[in-house]
Design a protein around this ligand. Structure first.
Ligand code: FE2
Length: 359
């Protein structure tokens, strides 16, 4: 298909596409005339699309929601969820605000130790860099696509977003490992339930979980419902269940057989040939497909810089694996998502941040 605006390669690693918007009127006209072109551009770019120059969204935030509907038929309204109100955009319920500035007060990820790689670069590969996840994988069905918009960003060199290509990483596995993970599921946990690797290692007592808070199995290899290609689908320390998992049917716990397999897969998944480091410019819009990519956030100097990001979440096409399932994360009447869990935990808080908030 010939696209109305130029789609250029984003990364040296061969995934991701970038669209430069010079005139937003022409861009929006193209999406009205051909509502499919952006999601097709995302699909052929292995699930990662960067759209640069949409400065109008700051003034017209509802346009971010309209764009989100181009990637799926359901955009989450955070007002319909137990999300703390201070994390939701004042005027637009579909926008989650991720910021270190009051009233949002979400602190930056912990700095890796050591803070740089041997060559002085930003740490990317697990386990040097921790926090790799796909959004809300503790839900069945999990969400499809996230849109992430930079209202106020940090200077290059910090506050990046990292992406790992699940398609290419799957392809790059040995035949032996592909066979080993065929039909196998990971067990994904809601943060704050005492099931992260660190919580289990510290011997914290896991909480009694209500039905909607239970950890959920997800296939390690997902077949993307649109491209039909296999992709790795995993998280690591913070968002897997290290008590009963992290791998269903394997010896559980941080020292078990399942942990060894997860470690091997995540080191591979986040290797330099499969990862892209996004340095943010203001007004960048990054669209990422959670069904085939993992991502992580990096440290920034929150004393010096304010960072304000807007996120929307698109649901609706997780693939036949989830056909006919009711949503695992919807609380029963009279219960709320976070009942018994104390203060809200968020999907890309790092393990250390979660732990430091524990009583
Ligand atoms: Fe995330």
């Amino acid at each position: 298909m010939k696209y109305p605006l130029k789609l250029s390669p984003l990364s040296e690693q061969g995934f991701g596409g970038v669209i430069d918007v010079d005139e937003s009127a022409i861009f929006y006209q193209s999406t009205q005339e051909n509502p499919e072109w952006l999601s097709e551009a995302m699909d052929i770019s292995d699930g990662l699309l960067l759209i640069k120059g949409l400065s109008d969204i700051v003034e017209y935030p509802e346009r971010l929601v309209e764009l989100s509907y181009l990637f799926g038929n359901e955009v989450e309204n955070y007002l319909d969820t137990p999300t703390p109100r201070n994390m939701i955009h004042n005027d637009v319920g579909e926008i989650l605000v991720i910021s270190n500035r009051p009233p949002y007060d979400r602190q930056p990820p912990v700095r890796p130790d050591p803070p740089t790689t041997e060559s002085g670069g930003v740490p990317v590969q697990f386990p040097h860099l921790k926090g790799w996840h796909t959004d809300q994988s503790f839900r069945r069905p999990p969400p499809d696509v996230s849109l992430f918009y930079g209202v106020e960003v940090t200077p290059h060199g910090q506050g990046q977003t990292l992406f790992a290509n699940g398609y290419a990483a799957y392809k790059g596995l040995s035949d032996e490992l592909k066979k080993k993970i065929e039909g196998v599921s990971g067990l994904h946990a809601l943060l704050g339930t005492g099931r992260s690797r660190q919580a289990v290692q510290h011997g914290l007592t896991a909480m009694e979980l209500l039905p909607h808070q239970q950890s959920q199995p997800q296939p390690i290899v997902r077949i993307h419902p649109v491209t039909k290609h296999p992709a790795l689908y995993l998280c690591e320390y913070g968002q897997m269940d290290w008590l009963d998992g992290p791998i269903v049917g394997m010896e559980p716990g941080p020292d078990g057989e399942g942990a060894a397999l997860l470690h091997e897969l995540m080191v591979h998944f986040t290797g330099p040939e499969y990862t892209y480091v996004h340095e943010w410019d203001v007004f960048d819009l990054v669209v990422y497909d959670n069904r085939c990519l993992a991502h992580s956030a990096t440290w920034f100097d929150g004393e010096k810089y304010d960072r304000v990001m807007w996120r929307t979440t698109v649901n609706g096409n997780p693939g036949p694996e989830y056909d006919g399932e009711s949503r695992s994360w919807i609380p029963q009447e009279g219960q709320s998502l976070l009942d018994g869990l104390g203060e809200a935990r968020w999907d890309n808080l790092t393990v250390n941040q979660v732990m430091s908030k524990k009583p």
